[in-house]
Design a protein around this ligand. Structure first.
Ligand code: GRG
Length: 299
C-alpha cells in the first residue's frame, strides 16, 4: 500500500538538499543571498517539485535523475519568487508566509523585490546548467522543459493570472472568468511542473496528454481548496493569515458558490484528475495520492 507521508518526506529532503546546494553555489554571501535563502528555506510543501518528479515516475522514467532535480529546483525558485512578490505591499501586503515573517518584513521591500528577481533568474540558470552535464537528456528535451516552465510562469501563465487577480479585486467575476484566472495564476505552474516531469520521464504523446489533464484538474482542485482554507483553515497550521480573501474583496469559489458547493467542486476535480490516470500502472500511485492530498491538506 502506497504511503504518501513518507513519500513526501523523502522527496522533500532530497529537494531541500538540492535547493540549499544550488543557492550556495549561485550566490555571493550577503544580504541578497540571505533573503533568497530565507524565503526558499522557510518551509513549504514543495508540491511543484514533487509533482515534477512524480510525473516522470508515472511516465516510466527514474524519479531521481540529476535533470529532474534541476527542474525541481527551478520550479521551487519560481514558486518562491512568486510568493515573495505576492506578499509585497503593492500586491497582497501580507506579513506572514510559511509560518514566518514575509521576506519584505524580515528584510525590506527593495531586498524582497530583488530576492524575487534573483530567484526567477536563478531558476533558468539552473535549468541551463543541465546542458553542460554529459549523459543527461538531449538538448531538445531541455528546451521543451524550459519552454513549459517559462510559459507557465510568465505572461501567458502565472503572471497574467496574478494581474487578473489584482485587477478584479472588489469586482464580481463570473465563474468562467474566475476559473480562467486561477487556471493561470495557480494552474499554469502546476501544469508546467507535470509537463517538465513528463518530458524528462520520456512520456509518450498519449501519456503526456493524460498527465496534462491530470495537472489541469489538480491545479483547479488545489486553488478551490486554497480558497476554502482561507475561510475555514487554521492560521497557525497554515503559517499564513486566514480570512484575507474576503477582507480584500477577492473573487473566490466559496464566495461565488458557498463552502459546500466549492468543496464538491474540488472533489469533482480530484475525481477527474484520477480518471486521467486510468491507463497508468502503480508507478502513478504517487500522483494519485497527491491528488487526494490536495483537498485533504490542512496547510
Ligand atoms: C507575484 C507573479 C506573481 C504571482 C503570484 C503564487 C501566487 C501568484 C500567489 C500566491 C497567492 C495564493 C494564495 C495563491 C493560491 C495558491 C497558491 C499558489 C498557494 C501557495 O502555494 P503552496 O500552498 O505554498 O504550494 P507552499 O508555501 O507550501 O510552497
Amino acid at each position: 500500500m502506497f504511503e504518501l507521508k513518507s513519500y513526501l518526506n523523502e522527496k522533500r529532503q532530497w529537494i531541500n538538499g538540492a535547493l540549499e546546494a544550488q543557492l550556495t553555489a549561485a550566490t555571493v554571501p550577503g544580504r541578497l543571498a540571505d533573503a533568497m535563502h530565507y524565503a526558499v528555506m522557510a518551509g513549504g510543501k514543495r508540491l511543484r517539485p514533487i509533482l515534477c518528479t512524480a510525473a516522470a515516475e508515472a511516465a516510466g522514467g527514474p524519479w531521481n535523475e540529476p535533470a529532474l532535480l534541476l527542474s525541481a529546483c527551478s520550479l521551487e525558485f519560481i514558486h518562491t519568487y512568486s510568493l515573495i512578490h505576492d506578499d509585497l505591499p503593492a500586491m497582497d501586503d501580507d506579513a506572514l508566509r510559511r509560518g514566518k515573517p514575509t521576506c519584505h518584513m524580515a528584510f525590506d521591500e527593495a531586498t524582497a523585490i530583488l530576492a524575487g528577481d534573483a530567484l526567477l533568474t536563478l531558476a533558468f540558470e539552473v535549468l541551463t546548467s543541465g546542458f553542460a552535464s554529459s549523459g543527461g537528456p538531449p538538448a531538445a528535451d531541455w528546451l521543451r522543459v524550459i519552454r513549459h516552465i517559462s510559459q507557465g510562469a510568465g505572461a501567458r501563465g502565472m503572471v497574467e493570472g496574478q494581474m487578473r487577480d489584482l485587477a478584479s479585486e472588489g469586482l464580481s467575476l463570473s465563474l468562467e472568468a474566475l476559473e480562467a484566472l486561477h487556471g493561470l495564476k495557480t494552474g499554469a505552474l502546476i501544469r508546467a511542473s507535470v509537463a517538465a516531469g513528463a518530458t524528462l520521464g520520456r512520456a509518450e504523446r498519449e501519456q503526456a496528454d493524460a498527465l496534462d489533464t491530470y495537472a489541469r484538474h489538480i491545479g483547479m482542485a488545489f486553488q478551490v481548496a486554497d480558497d476554502i482554507l482561507n475561510v475555514t483553515g487554521d492560521a497557525a497550521l497554515m503559517g499564513k493569515a486566514v480570512g484575507t480573501d474576503q477582507a480584500r474583496g477577492k473573487n473566490t469559489y466559496p464566495g461565488l458558490m458557498g463552502l459546500a458547493e466549492a468543496g464538491e467542486k474540488a472533489r469533482i476535480h480530484v475525481e477527474s484528475a484520477l480518471g486521467a490516470l486510468d491507463r497508468f500502472d502503480s508507478r502513478a500511485d504517487p500522483l494519485r495520492a497527491i491528488a487526494r492530498y490536495v483537498i485533504e491538506r490542512k496547510r
